[in-house]
Design a protein around this ligand. Structure first.
Ligand code: ADP
Length: 523
């Protein structure tokens, strides 16, 4: 008999328990506020009797909520690790089985064993899998399996509620759960006396990312010369898990290349692998195509460098350009307005992000400069090929039009002061927070303020003013690049020769070929 000897009610949690998780708060970074709040639990776990004697009640349950990969599990383990107590972990999905009664038995079992070994920590990951909003009496469905599963989940959830309610404070057991979909949770679970503490685990900011990288770098052999802060700065939106993956990937690259320690170039390679994908062989654009791609990307990059140099523009500058075709597209580097450059698989232009503050309050000059940058590709084509332009720069042009319309309508930074068309509905509410896809592909909301859809009448006047604004900026960019014709040509040539060029190399070329350098001086 297949089932004989198998005790379904035993939760699988047991397999993961040892005396202590070994994780400490020192292994966690970027979520200092949460850690601060959780310290209290450690103090309790270290000496529950003292708290009981003083009549201080620990929280019933603590809900850690936030996007995946930002350290919810890690911080739960750190609590147990710091206190040196056993850690019982299960995923919500493991409770949900079609076999009747198994889920609730597992819940009972999990809590029973945690109580026996108190003080201890119980942690349920993905609690949303177990405790999604109940349908009331389960909905009629032709699918019996579905009905059974729904009913089973409700029984399990009820058992969990019973455990939480019967969870006498002062039992020496701390119950933690994690979710990235708080909106899906059954409201019964969020009632006071159940999860009376909710802690937000936010994605790390630039400093947090730096600290997380330092932690993971300390576990591998990283060359002293590596500048981790630039990665922290340039990888906005990356979760702790993804940064940990980056370091692992870089270590693999270093091993493959027989380096003694991880070098900056290994990390660059790893970023490429995790973003634009590995190099693709077998695609040949032909020399003409390569020239056009190089011209476009260099035009955009060079415009940003020139504007920074000669007009003190606050715009992103080039980290590197590559005209090597790339295979898969995992993710887009979320540099505002410049996203398509990274999505291209035939060539890539990676920008250096500015510090976070620069994006908080962008002013008119900054936005107009950015508009010029986006027009730089087509402008470079015109400088070199005259009217013989190509479609290589259309993505940037589409972005430029979009940005120009926003400048004219939503932000209304040009005269006249009248906003044409209907006010967008979101103007009426305080702020617009919408769902968005996070980097691991699941939906979460509330973490990012996203741009609402543009809702204005694209009337003749807006269209005409867009054209005028783009036209003005375009002419400025063409004359800027004409003045630096020599540097433009040189940069394109180097890119075509090496297939890759860095921002530093561009700066070097600009130093060597000042404005109005005659072309016959070109090497
Ligand atoms: P979550 O539970 O929020 O989905 P995890 O805690 O499982 O995320 O994170 C997975 C791994 O990513 C961790 O084991 C750790 O290596 C790394 N990591 C995530 N967040 C952090 C952080 N804030 N500090 C350090 N490492 C982190």
């Amino acid at each position: 008999d297949l089932w004989q000897g198998i005790d379904f009610s035993r939760s699988k949690a047991e397999a993961r328990v040892d005396g202590s998780t070994g994780v400490k708060f020192g292994d966690v970074a970027g979520i200092d506020e949460a850690v601060e709040e959780l310290q209290e639990l450690v103090r309790y776990l270290k000496n529950p009797e003292l708290f009981d004697k003083m009549g201080i009640k620990p929280p019933h349950g603590v809900l850690l909520e936030g996007p995946p990969g930002c350290g919810k599990t890690l911080v739960a383990k750190a609590i147990a690790g710091e206190a040196g107590v056993p850690f019982y972990q299960m995923a919500g999905s493991e409770f949900v089985e079609v076999l009747v009664g198994v889920g609730s038995a597992r819940v009972r079992d999990l809590f029973k064993r945690a109580k026996v070994n108190k003080p201890s920590v119980v942690f349920i990951d993905e609690i949303d899998a177990l405790a999604t909003k109940r349908q009331g009496i389960f909905k009629e469905s032709k699918d019996h399996l579905y009905n059974a599963a729904t009913q089973e989940r409700e029984t399990t959830l009820n058992q969990l509620l019973i455990e939480l309610d019967g969870f006498d404070t002062g039992k020496g057991v701390i119950f933690l759960a994690a979710t990235n979909r708080k909106d899906l949770l059954d409201p019964a679970l969020l009632r006071p006396g159940r999860f009376d503490r909710k802690i937000r685990i936010r994605p790390p900011g630039a400093k947090g990312r730096h600290d997380i990288l330092k932690i993971h770098a300390s576990k591998v052999k990283m060359s002293e010369s590596v500048d981790l802060s630039s990665y922290a700065q340039n990888l906005p939106g990356w979760s702790g898990a993804r940064l940990a993956q980056l370091v692992q990937e870089a270590a693999l690259v270093a091993v493959r290349k027989r380096h003694n320690s991880i070098l900056q170039s290994d990390l660059d390679d790893a970023v490429d692998r995790l973003t634009v994908g590995p190099k693709r062989v077998g695609i040949d654009l032909g020399y003409q195509g390569q020239c056009r791609r190089a011209t476009t990307e260099v035009g955009v990059a060079l415009t940003s460098h020139l504007l920074r140099r000669y007009e003190h523009a606050i715009v992103e500058f080039c980290d590197r350009i590559s005209i090597v075709p790339r295979a898969l597209l995992f993710e887009v580097l979320p540099v505002p307005y410049l996203i398509p450059s990274a999505t291209r698989t035939l060539s890539q232009l990676v920008f250096h992000r500015l510090d976070d503050e620069s994006y908080m309050f962008e002013r008119r000059p900054q936005l107009l400069h950015r508009l010029q940058v986006l027009l730089g590709g087509r402008a470079a084509e015109e400088v070199i090929y005259g009217r013989d332009t190509s479609k290589a720069s259309v993505d940037y042009l589409a972005d430029a039009s979009w940005l120009a319309r926003k400048i004219l309508t939503i932000w209304n930074l040009e005269n006249p002061m009248v906003i044409h068309g209907e006010p967008p509905p979101w103007k009426k509410s305080v702020k617009f927070v919408g769902p968005r896809l996070d980097f691991e592909g699941s939906l979460y909301d509330d973490y990012n303020l996203i741009e609402p859809p543009l809702n204005f009448k694209m009337d003749d006047q807006v269209a005409q003013r867009t054209e005028e604004l783009i036209g003005d900026m375009y002419r400025k960019t063409v004359s800027l690049l004409k003045r630096h014709h020599a540097a433009l040509l040189k940069t394109i040539k180097v890119l075509l020769d090496q297939e890759e060029i860095s921002g530093e190399e561009i700066e070097f070329i600009l130093n060597k070929y000042p404005p109005q350098t005659p072309l016959y001086l070109l090497e």
